[in-house]
Design a protein around this ligand. Sequence first.
Ligand SMILES: *Cc1c(COP(=O)(O)O)cnc(C)c1O
Length: 400
Amino acid sequence: MTDFSSTKPLFALPEGVTYLDGNSLGPLPIAAKERVTACLRDEWGEMLITGWNKAGWMDQPRALGDRIGRLIGAAPGSTVVGDTLSIKVYQALASALELRPDRRVILSDSGNFPTDLYMADGLARSLGQGHRIETPPPEEVGDRIAAIGEDLAALMLTEVDYRTGRRHDMAALTKAAHKVGALVIWDLAHSAGAFAVDVGGTDADFAVGCTYKYLNGGPGAPAFIYVAPRLADQVRPALSGWLGHDAPFAFDPDYRPGPGIDRMRVGTPPVVQMAALEAALDIWDNVDMNALRTQSVVLCERFIKGVEATCPDLALASPRDAAMRGSQVSFRFEHGYAAMQALIARGVIGDFRAPDIMRFGFTPLYIDEGDVDSAVETLSDIMATRKWDRPEYHTRAAVT
Ligand SMILES: *Cc1c(COP(=O)(O)O)cnc(C)c1O
């Protein structure tokens, strides 16, 4: 069991703020300040270039990958960190398509995060082999797999919808795609650190995700990629960078992929950012993922109940059944942007996704029942008194 009252003080949460946006950018783990400072002062500052060996910088992408691996059900040695999630999506999909050279369809869904679809589109155009991307509504993906059948090269889905929090059935869809001989890529951006994932048990081929959302690695923290061990020595990296080479320091003019997951590395890892991620993962190492999920459901249910009882203008956009949701709750409201600005002005931080979604993330590591109740109270006051309807709350900022 995890005592979540002991994890809350491990985060820097400004006084007067209820932070319900850890699904978008996790807060600062206090220990990250000292860890990053030590990296700058004692490693970069003192060791200079010898830090690559002495401070173990070069091994960090694999070591951090293994720690994330525990949270997503990946065997040791099958996950590595680096680059951004957009890049990792591209890598996974490119490898999958190359393993299914005679097939032409990439199946995703209309709820996927745009960058995943943009990267797929860019890859398909670069390949110039006539790949087609299909994006049916999320609930029709299962039927579409069977309909496409043997032309399906890759099923590429984000497990939890970033807008609504709706969760796909990872095991069932992976099985259905495998049945027609396709490969499966799961984007775990809103899963890793939200609940226990089992990439090994569900037999996923590839999984990718970011570390700055639920994992709290900080803005710009590197992404991760998992490749099933049964495929890891077969995949050919499309982004064949020198650190994915079998012998990077042989400076061989020809590319030869490294063993297993090492070949998914591309270039120089972000050392300072990895120091922050390391501190964030120190907290995760002690978290029981089943306890986390139980508490996440408690918080989400409490929020839904409170909002529905006091805010008749808000309509639940997330599945009502907790088993079908990730660790966020979304409500629709025509003036959702303004209402969210009014909430933020009062210290309750969530976010807004066009056209009308107010999004709230629930993260048991630092959000408790008291936070949920005060967020509900503030939201219901703003709605009942129409405090959102002020000109300054209607002006859109660049980042929503
Ligand atoms: C957050 C998120 C991304 C972000 O990609 P970056 O390259 O890290 O900016 C991509 N895909 C999904 C599904 C996300 O939720």
